[in-house]
Design a protein around this ligand. Structure first.
Ligand code: MGD
Ligand code: MGD
Ligand code: SF4
Ligand code: MO
Length: 741
């Protein structure tokens, strides 16, 4: 057989599903169209992940060969998506875009970039370049249902959206982790391999780890102390910690004054928030707040301490204020820019400088048509997209490109789904037919990560251990799949614009000249651009990365390299009191009584090691959980006549969904947990469709009323819900009560 004769190739690459970027080795047999990925293995020679990886990465071969993958462009004809050629797709889409722009102006075209976009430099650059070349500022991105709070706050405090001091986890003495489940998620906005193992090492060397979370998570079971908190209330806890350190204890503020402005305003912000007052909202005993704050300050004077938060805080009602307070606490206690505290890495090329040059770093003049929302890290909040489609404004959005995203599923509420029929054109660029593609006029088949070369640029400045790795395309794209670099560059040409008319090009004449020679060889183009960026960064070269396909270590981040030298605010000082954040403190007072109300059920989320947002459920390799369900405290369940396994209805003014209930004392009373990303019953690829589950965003309210007013981040946690018995567990055999609604 031909296959047996063909030698096996083993190609080094890295996973781009989550932020770890684990090193992988991919075994391939065959050539050309017969190439088969036979195995994906962890790469023990990777300088950072060193053989660590998870089951999702090992499933990349199955993802590549999944029979439900999009293999050809599709066009909706009489309600059905039917295959067409790339030439036809490009010509038709290009003509419609051209006509819309000519008639209604550039703002009629918008782009939504989903989460996988930012794991590919070429994808991020060329998709953005397309709408920018058309002259439209209408870029929307998944980071506004994830981390807009952080991007907004850093833009104000540090002058650039992508500056996020990363905890020096290999040296820190006390690590306080709010709203993250490292064992499952590997964390976010920080790149570290085997996050739970890293936290265990902190304890092993005598340090302390505190996990602040409404649920005793998988992480909290394995490592550290669990500090339960009422959903949505972290900002009150942080304000109380600041209160203890600055109003009850004599913290020396002189070092902070030398590197920051607004020290007094920040301290004043904490004045009202005594631990006793915060306790009524957070449920965290005042004595515990004092102990936590005092221990954190003490660790700061020794080996160093770090406060960190992730989506459990970002997605809550006060995500921006909370992140600001965390930055403030880290700085005032001297932990910012020090060994054992938090460091600001540079990356292989200074991503911070690059983001500035390409216009992603700072706020700009663009606003939504109602004037309400600004762009954060170059993108408008996706929670405002429905409004931009349905508005009467002449600049309304009429054509939408969705790349590597599933906003119909991932954005709270129904507004977006209901707005999509108002579009003249919806194009989905994806590897699967997802829930958003169910509304699309055209669906274009993209390559998966084994089918394109890449470099993880977006995450360079977030690495605990600085390193760089380039990957070639491991295999040829199957069928008609194309890289997003090629897809968006062809679409630009078909729409009558030059794909290289980007902000990046305007800022960097050399880049512009390089891009002007493109895109005759699309793949070459992306790598040439990378080579140029690496030369500019002067820390490594593409040639070196090709010689070391397992990746190379970069110089470690030097303590003391950020404050006073790389802070990108106009005066070089950290701004500890941005006016909009100070003003937003009023909401803390306004919401205090409501959040302290007893007997209320509040909804939070949860992730699973085997899944990734809405798109891992079709995996033939990774055995998926049996749908999602509802976690409830036994007392809350008993009060509603619910026992383990019952079908329950979770409802809010926005909607309702029915799922099986599980009872656990891992959650406090008043906390309801439902994972997101589930519910593919009517659309989505086949194996995913067969799994039970429901989309939790059907009960989470969307739109402007539920956005963080500062950053535009959608508020997705801590909403009030009701849970009611629908049907007793059939296996227990109790009577069935009628479903409501
Ligand atoms: N296996 C897997 N890994 C993933 C993903 C995935 O879907 N699956 N997704 C990836 C993505 S896109 C991201 S952004 C990251 C996210 O990574 P994380 O931010 O770590 O996300 P979660 O694992 O959801 O952990 C959030 C935690 O916040 C808690 N929480 C909820 N409400 C509150 C609150 O009000 N206060 C506090 N303190 N905690 C609260 C939840 O109980 C939960 O344990 O994970 C990435 N990694
Ligand atoms: N209620 C609730 N909602 C949430 C969250 C939550 O915790 N709770 N989490 C939020 C978070 S953190 C995030 S990041 C967002 C994610 O929101 P989105 O990015 O909108 O959605 P995903 O489910 O990640 O879908 C990613 C899509 O990209 C496709 N894809 C995968 N790889 C590629 C590729 O290489 N190229 C292309 N073109 N397509 C590819 C997948 O098939 C999938 O359709 O969801 C958010 N939504
Ligand atoms: S999904 Fe798994 S293998 Fe891939 S980067 Fe994340 S931890 Fe590593
Ligand atoms: Mo995310």
């Amino acid at each position: 057989m031909a296959e047996a004769e063909t030698p096996t190739r083993s190609v080094r690459t890295f996973c781009r599903i989550c932020e770890v970027h684990c090193g992988l080795v991919v075994d391939v047999v065959g050539e050309g169209a017969d190439e088969q990925v036979v195995k994906v293995r962890p790469d023990r020679d990777h300088p950072v992940s060193q053989g660590y990886c998870c089951v999702k990465g090992l499933g990349l071969g199955a993802l590549h060969h999944d029979e439900d993958r999009l293999d050809t462009p599709l066009k909706r004809v009489d309600g059905e998506l039917v295959p067409i050629s790339w030439d036809q797709a490009n010509a038709e889409i290009g003509a419609r875009v051209r006509a819309l722009v000519d008639e209604h102006g550039p703002r009629s075209v918008a782009l939504y970039q989903g989460n996988p976009t930012f794991f590919s430099l070429q994808h991020t650059l060329m998709s953005t370049a397309y709408v920018e070349a058309l002259g439209s500022p209408n870029v929307f991105a998944s980071h506004s249902v994830d981390v807009n709070t952080k991007f907004h706050v850093s833009t104000e405090m540090y002058g650039l959206s992508l500056v996020h001091p990363v905890p020096d986890l290999e040296h820190v003495e006390m690590f306080v982790c709010l709203g993250s489940n490292p064992l499952v998620s590997q964390m976010s906005v920080v790149t570290v391999a085997d996050a739970a193992g890293v936290l265990q090492r902190i304890e092993a060397r005598g340090g302390r780890v505190v996990i602040v979370d409404p649920r005793r998570t998988e992480t909290a079971r394995r490592v550290g102390e669990h500090l339960p908190i009422r959903p949505g209330t972290d900002a009150y806890l942080l304000a109380a910690m600041l209160h203890v350190l600055t109003h009850e204890q004599p913290l020396d503020l002189a070092p902070a004054r030398a590197v920051a402005r607004g020290v007094d305003e920040l301290v004043a912000a904490a004045a009202p928030w005594t631990p006793e007052r915060a306790e009524a909202v957070t449920g965290v005993p005042a004595a515990m707040v004092r102990e936590l704050a005092t221990a954190y300050a003490a660790a700061s004077t020794r080996g160093g301490a770090a406060l960190y938060c992730s989506t459990g805080v970002n997605m809550g009602p006060f995500g921006s204020v909370a992140y600001w307070l965390i930055q403030g606490l880290n700085l005032l206690t001297g932990n910012l820019d020090r060994r054992g505290g938090l460091l600001v890495p540079r990356g292989a090329f200074d991503t911070l400088r690059l983001s500035d040059l390409v216009g992603l770093g700072r706020f700009d003049e663009h606003r939504t048509t109602d004037g309400r929302w600004h762009r954060v890290a170059g993108a408008f909040p996706v929670a405002a997209l429905a409004g931009e489609i349905t508005t009467d404004h002449p600049d309304r959005v009429r054509a939408l490109f969705v790349t590597a995203g599933n906003p119909v599923h991932s954005v709270p509420g129904h507004d977006l789904r209901e707005a999509l029929p108002h579009l003249d054109l919806l194009v989905s660029v994806d590897i699967f037919r997802n829930e958003t593609a169910a509304h699309a006029d055209y669906v274009l088949p993209a390559t998966d990560m084994l089918e394109r070369s890449d470099f993880p640029a977006s995450h360079q400045s977030l690495q605990v251990v600085p390193h760089a790795q380039w990957t070639p395309a491991v295999v040829e794209p199957l069928a008609e799949r194309r890289t997003e670099w090629r897809i968006f560059s062809d679409l630009a040409i078909a729409s009558g614009v030059r794909p290289w008319g980007t902000t990046a090009a305007h800022a960097l004449p050399r880049l512009n000249r390089l891009l002007a020679r493109l895109p005759r060889s699309p793949q070459l183009g992306a790598d040439q651009l990378l080579a140029l960026l690496l030369r500019w960064g002067r820390r490594t070269t593409l040639r070196e990365l090709k010689r070391h396909p397992e990746g190379v270590l970069l110089p470690p981040t030097e303590p003391g390299s950020f404050l006073g030298s790389r802070v990108a605010t106009p005066d070089g000082l950290v701004d500890l009191a941005p006016a909009d954040l100070v003003a937003d403190l009023a909401r803390l007072e306004a919401a205090e009584a409501d959040l302290a109300r007893p007997g209320v059920l509040r909804l939070v989320g949860r992730r699973d090691r085997r899944s990734h947002n809405s798109w891992m459920h079709n995996s033939a390799y990774v055995k998926q959980p049996d749908g999602n369900g509802v976690l409830l405290h036994p007392d809350d369940a008993a009060a509603r006549g619910i026992v383990e396994g019952d079908e329950v209805e979770v409802s809010s003014p926005t909607g309702r969904l029915t799922l099986p209930a599980s009872l656990t004392t891992d959650v406090a009373r008043g906390v309801v947990v439902v994972p997101h990303g589930w519910g593919h019953a009517t659309t989505g690829p086949r194996r995913a469709r067969a799994l039970p589950g429901a989309n939790v965003n059907d009960v989470i309210p969307g739109g402007a009323a539920h956005m963080d007013p500062v950053s535009g981040q959608a508020v997705m946690l801590a909403h009030e819900v009701e849970v009611a018995l629908v049907a007793a567990d059939p296996e227990v055999g109790v009577g069935v009560s009628p479903a409501s609604g």
